[in-house]
Design a binder for this molecule. Sequence first.
Ligand code: ZN
Length: 203
Amino acid sequence: MIRITKPSISNNANWFGIRRLTVLASFVFTSAICSASAAIIFNGGVSGGGGNMISPKPPVSENDPEIVEEIVGKAQTTVLEYIWQKRNEYENNRLPESHRAAFVPLFEADNKIENAVRSTRLHIADEHACWDSQHRPVDGSTVTKDSNSICISAYNIAKKADLSDIHPQSAALMIHEYSELVGLSEEQAIKVQARALEDLRSK
Ligand SMILES: [Zn+2]
């Protein structure tokens, strides 16, 4: 359970101070993501480039969009940690049998997913859905105005998922999009996303 308390409105100075800090933190974080090294040429997936959360737990109460945005931003770190852990299992022959169908294609892809995560900008849509190549609204997509970025819709996530489920769902959805960027098919990307979701929910 992630609990973020909003400072009381009566304490204005403090509130603005915290707001400024939050904005600064997001800026530093975004800059880190944006300071991408040389662009990597990815083999594009053949699907529409979109992705949706898998069976999100419906929200118990309405989500605060700003809190959702913050959780989505933080999920990037979780994605890298998770990928490192799975790569380690793969290289040391410790991938559980049930995970091989999902992760072997990912780690045998021509491009490394870790590089995709580091060199791709994360665009968090806070007022609308993301769109796939057929202009269908989706929760996440590799189709963006920028050639080197993925879109994750905090707006959709806030509407569809309970606060307790947002962190694992956003991380698993990002993994789906990065998997497509390194060349996995839609079906393969969904397999990786489903495994990741299961693991991340149990953490
Ligand atoms: Zn997809």
